[in-house]
Design a protein around this ligand. Sequence first.
Ligand code: GDP
Ligand code: MG
Length: 163
Amino acid sequence: RLPTVVILGRPNVGKSTLFNRLVGRRLAIVDDTPGVTRDRKEAEATIAGRRVRLVDTAGLEEAPPESIFGRMRASSEAALREADLALFVVDARAGITPADRAFANWLRRARKPVLLVANKAEGKAGGQQALEAYELGLGEPIPVSAEHGEGIGVLHQAIAAAL
Ligand code: GDP
Ligand code: MG
């Protein structure tokens, strides 16, 4: 089976935007077919010449704040079980939140290979803001802007090297 890369992180950090960016335009267009769900959860992608299976995880924006980590963990646990690599996404603009720390602690204990992706790191300030994510203890943050397509080449190389 194809190596499986799962995208994890708290709501609104840009997981689905990154998923679409990694899957690429050609596949994303298929997503616009009427009657086909627009919220794609799983797709194949070519990352630095390798075919991988990419899995997006649920948006839980509706969850009450006090239960948000519990619900994220429940939905992420199943996805992580089948993962060969996890992309843990944080929001470089918002900075590291308590939910990010809780999620990171849980992820560290899962002992799966993890790449730390600091999204929304576009522009001059972005790389600097991304550095805050070092505190999570998940290695060097990879600054990207899923929306603007910055840092994606470096992320591709990191994914390929980790698989
Ligand atoms: P998810 O809940 O983690 O799947 O996050 P989404 O992909 O739905 O994105 C949440 C919001 O962040 C949306 O308004 C996106 O347009 C925005 N967003 C995603 N990536 C970026 C980025 O690289 N830069 C900026 N500035 N905004 C982004
Ligand atoms: Mg999403």
